[in-house]
Design a binder for this molecule. Structure first.
Ligand code: PEP
Ligand code: MN
Length: 375
């Protein structure tokens, strides 16, 4: 292991300023989640102003609009560019709300800062590229501006954390992450797979970092926005970014996933907000009772696994003495099938049982391999 190996690079406790302390008068709370909304792209001055003035007052804390659009294929609308910045700034003035836009290069950063954009974000197609992120971080060195970092398009948590660290190392403390899902070939349901375990792991790794969910880019279509936004609130995310457009059907980008101002209002009213925690004694007593039960069951589960592995090792020795291969595929198929058959009657999902039995089997093989290789 050398000084540069990944194991040596630990996530340092980052100095992060919470969204509410960004100095932008953001009043979000658990009852009224932090909300960023506005069009995918700024198309015309009228479209930006109409959309933003109509969504102001619907609980929106920050206005968004894409100025430079990182489109997957050339020939799509690639954004109006700097010419649209004054439209966004004007929308902020008319609504008395802070505004944000995506930047992908140092030039974008310079332009956005020059016009007075309040918050910047780094898009998914930029987060994947450490050179690009570093160039932006260098351009922002010493500037006091909040920066939100979207996850990279591929499900790589290290890359996401790396981008956050690069921005933090530029001296920026007003940082938040945005979860917008991960792309796969032939996406089945969502445009980008949420893979919720990744932002959850980000929360474990950088516990003081706030994470906003972007249901629009995960869903790819309006009908799925609600379930994703609600799930994000159920998981205690710190806010939502939702694309809205005065007339989504004719939007120049992401037409299927943008909602009208009325649609945004309906969606926000449908959402049930959750508290992170409570000091209600009744609740705490009940939950502590259940947690004790769970802890005991976890202890028993580990005990059973330990017993199982002990027998696995005995079998390993016996196989070694008898010169028999570790893997007998028929036996494994039987074990697996037996477990899967019990899934439904045990009120467990097949996927869950499959994951568990696969993990147990992998460990059993690893244990027996160690025994076989001894001496
Ligand atoms: C966007 O927010 O409009 C955008 C381009 O998002 P992403 O970087 O998540 O694709
Ligand atoms: Mn978009």
């Amino acid at each position: 292991m050398n000084a540069f190996s990944l194991e040596n690079i630990v996530t340092k406790n980052m100095n992060i300023t919470n969204i509410k302390n960004w100095g932008l008068n953001i009043q979000a709370s658990k009852e009224k989640p932090f909300l960023i909304s506005g069009p995918c792209s700024a198309e015309t001055e009228e479209q930006v102003l109409q959309t933003c003035t109509q969504i102001a007052g619907l609980g929106v804390d920050v206005l968004r609009a894409g100025i430079w659009k990182p489109r997957t294929r050339p020939g799509c609308f690639e954004g109006i560019g700097s010419k649209a910045l004054p439209w966004l700034i004007e929308a902020g003035k008319q609504t008395n709300l802070p505004v944000c836009c995506e930047i992908a290069t140092p030039q974008h950063a310079e332009e956005a800062l020059k016009h007075g954009v309040d918050i910047l974000w780094i898009g998914a197609r930029t987060t994947v590229n450490p050179f690009a992120v570093q160039a932006i971080a260098d351009a922002l060195q010493g500037v006091d501006i909040p920066v939100m970092i979207k996850n990279p398009v591929n499900p790589d948590l290290e890359l996401w954390i790396g981008a956050i660290e690069r921005i933090a190392q530029a001296g920026i403390t007003k940082i938040a992450a945005i979860h917008r899902g991960f792309s796969v070939y032939n996406a089945p349901k969502y445009r980008n797979q949420p893979q919720w375990e990744i932002p959850i792991e980000l929360r474990r790794r950088v516990s003081n970092l706030e994470i906003i969910c972007d249901p629009s880019h995960i869903a790819g279509k309006r009908a799925l926005l609600y379930e994703i936004a609600q799930h994000a609130l159920d998981l205690d995310f710190d806010g939502l970014m939702l694309e809205s457009h005065i007339n989504p059907h004719v939007a120049w980008s992401d037409a299927k996933q943008q909602v009208t101002p009325q649609g945004l209002e309906v969606l926000m009213n449908q959402l049930i907000t959750r508290q992170s925690d409570t000091d209600n004694l009744d609740y705490l007593n009940k939950i502590n009772h259940f947690r004790t039960l769970i802890d005991n069951l976890d202890t028993q589960t580990l005990h059973l696994l330990s017993e199982r592995m002990e027998i696995v090792r005995q079998i390993g020795l016996y196989k070694k003495e008898s010169n028999i291969a570790i893997l007998q595929i028929d036996r494994w198929l039987n074990v697996r099938e037996g477990a899967l058959k019990k899934a439904a009657s045990s009120n467990l999902s097949e996927n869950f049982v499959e994951d568990i039995i696969n993990t147990i089997h992998t460990e059993s093989i690893r244990q027996q391999t160690t025994i076989m290789r001894k001496d």
